[in-house]
Structure formats: C-alpha cells, structure tokens
Ligand binder design. Structure first.
Ligand SMILES: NC(=O)c1ccc[n+]([C@@H]2O[C@H](COP(=O)([O-])OP(=O)(O)OC[C@H]3O[C@@H](n4cnc5c(N)ncnc54)[C@H](OP(=O)(O)O)[C@@H]3O)[C@@H](O)[C@H]2O)c1
Length: 313
C-alpha cells in the first residue's frame, strides 16, 4: 500500500457531482488522502465505496449550516495536519450546496440557510485551512450559471440574482415574498453569485502558487440538488431534464464529476480567480466583477467569523 503524499479536503462528496468527483480523484491519484467533510449519516453511506478505491479516505463530521460545526471540523483538520497524521494539504474543494423552497430557512446561528451553506461555510473553512496549504495548491469552489439569471444560461429555471448587502442577504426574508419557492430559487442564484465574489476576493489575497477557481458544472441531471427546492423543481429534474440528456445542455453526475476533478487537479488549466464553465475558462456575469461588493462581502464574512467559536479570534 502506497503512502499518501498530500491531502485533499472536500465538502459535498457524499452524493451527486461531488461523489463522482471524489471517486475520480481517488482513481487518478494514489498519492492523495481524501478527507470528506460531511454529515456523519451521509458519510457512513459513501465512505465504504470510496475506501474500496483507496485506503486513504477519512471523514470528519460537519453540518455546514452550523458555524460551530464548521469551526470544529476545521479544527480537527488542522490538528491532524499539525500532528502529521495527514500529509501536506494541497487541495480544498468546496462543492457542497443547497437549493431550498423559500428564503426563510434559518440556521441555528440565525442566518438564511442557503447563504450559510453556500457562502459562509466556504469562507469559514478557507480562513482556517488556507494557512496550511502548501504550494502548488488549489482551491475549487463549485458555483453555478444560475448566477447569470438570464434565459440563455438558466432556460428560465432560475430568477435573476438580487444582490443587496450582506447584512440583508445572510438573513431570512431578504427578497420580496421570501416565503415563496421563487424566492428560494432567487436566494440560490444570489448565493452562487456570492460564491463567485468570494473566489475573486480570495484570489486577491492568497499567495502566489495557491490558486482558487470557481467551477460551474452547468445543468446536471439526477443529483440531489432539487430535493428540497420545492415547487416543480424535483419534477423538472426527474422528468424534463432527463429528456435533455442526449443534448450538450446537460451533463450526468459522472461527466460533471470528472470535470470537477479536472478543475481540482489542474488538468483544466486556469489562472487563479478564473471561472470554469465545465472545462472552459470563460467570464462569469458582468455583475460578478465588482470589487467593492466583494470587499464588503469579505468584511461581513470576517465579522461573522469573529462571532464564531475559537477559530474566529
Ligand atoms: N445539479 C446541477 O444541475 C448543478 C448546477 C450548477 C451547480 N451545481 C452545484 O454543484 C454542487 C453539487 O450539487 P449536486 O447537484 O451534486 O447536489 P447534491 O447531489 O444535492 O449534493 C450536494 C452535496 O452538498 C452536501 N451538503 C448540503 N448541505 C450540507 C450541510 N448542511 N452540511 C454538509 N453537507 C451538506 C450534501 O450532503 P448530504 O449528502 O448530507 O445531503 C451533498 O454531498 C452544489 O454546489 C450545487 O449548487 C449543481
């Protein structure tokens, strides 16, 4: 059995695109130790599959909707790196995401759940783990072309994002008629815009050789994303989207997972801060390049981190 030489920490590896990416990353690289950050019940279902591919897989329990849980999980990773139980950290993949049936879901911390999982948890993890990354290193954050909010990119399945201020967006009720399915979808699109803003801001701050890229899988059939999205989302995903499967509009989880793996390993070449549409470097929306907004988001996230457990100080 080979000894692992480097560590990859990943969220969202328990189903859908992330699970397929995790399998592919293990197949491609016998030198990697994969740390799956996931709810224990979800990890229990997939760790045996992953360990069938490599002995170098472990799981750490986390609920990304809870700042205390993210803080505790990040602390466990740090401890294992510090003691040498995990080899050098070279990759972090923030792939987990949720799409909910309203913009009123609230975490134990009082944040709107879509933004808490899709944006805040990414920042909290990165601010704890980035000092441990050794170059050449890469961070990948899974975003979505839902952030464009136009017909060409979403086929009308998502309303346009509506950015206001982080103070408003991270709290329940940020949109008109926040109790509706449409507002939940708007929260998702807006959170994915937030994910791109976050990548831009981290790209400005990370040292040379520690890259961060945004990966957009585009429309992927048959993942769990629509399960809590309400309305016709699940029906669309189950019956309409599969009809598009033979077209280039849609990827399977396996295809999208392999493309995520390409982004993670650098097989898809991209500068830090880049937006990857599947395997192509391209531009995200015009709106997504707003450095003032990104700085304001950073400031808010940092103040939220200060309110969070021991990692915040
Ligand atoms: N499917 C698409 O068409 C599409 C398009 C564009 C972008 N994306 C993005 O791709 C990424 C993966 O989505 P997917 O389609 O593969 O969806 P999925 O099958 O629902 O996978 C979502 C992953 O996130 C994890 N997760 C969600 N909430 C969590 C929490 N509170 N704590 C810990 N883990 C949590 C899930 O864990 P559990 O197993 O515990 O639920 C699961 O591993 C997401 O960021 C999504 O926004 C998807």
């Amino acid at each position: 059995m080979s000894t692992p030489t480097h560590t990859l920490v990943m969220t969202g590896a328990t189903r859908g695109i992330g699970l397929e990416a995790a399998k592919e990353l293990l197949r491609r690289d016998p030198g990697v130790h994969l740390v799956v950050l996931a709810r224990a019940s979800s990890a229990a279902q997939v760790i045996p599959q992953l360990q069938a591919l490599s002995a170098h897989v472990s799981a750490i329990d986390v609920d990304l909707a809870s700042t205390a849980s993210v803080d505790a999980a990040a602390g466990q990773v740090e401890d294992l790196l510090d003691t040498g139980e995990l080899p050098t950290l070279r990759r972090v993949v923030c792939n987990a995401g949720v799409s909910l049936d309203s913009a009123l879901h609230t975490t134990a911390d009082g944040y709107e759940t879509t933004f808490a999982v899709n944006v805040l948890s990414t920042h909290l993890l990165l601010r704890r783990l980035h000092p441990h990354l050794r170059r050449p290193a890469r961070v990948v954050v899974t975003v979505s072309d839902a952030h464009f909010g136009d017909l060409r990119h979403t086929g009308g399945t998502f309303p346009s994002p509506r950015w206001t201020t982080p103070e408003v967006l991270f709290h329940p009720g940020a949109y008109p008629r926040s109790g509706t399915v449409r507002a939940g979808r708007r929260a998702y699109a807006t959170s994915k815009l937030g994910g791109i803003h976050l990548v831009h801001e981290w790209a400005r701050r990370l040292p040379d050789g520690v890259d961060i890229v945004a990966y957009n899988p585009s429309l992927v059939i048959g993942t769990g994303l629509a399960r809590d999205a309400g309305g016709v989302s699940e029906l669309l995903m189950r019956y309409v989207v599969p009809a598009l499967a033979p077209t280039p509009l849609v990827d399977t989880p396996v295809a999208a997972g392999h493309k995520l793996a390409d982004a993670v390993t650098g097989r898809t070449v991209a500068m830090t801060g880049a937006y990857l549409h599947r395997t192509t470097v391209t531009s995200s929306s015009m709106e997504s390049y707003d450095s003032q907004r990104e700085n304001a988001l950073w400031t808010w996230l940092e103040s939220a981190a200060q309110r969070t457990g021991p990692g915040g100080s």
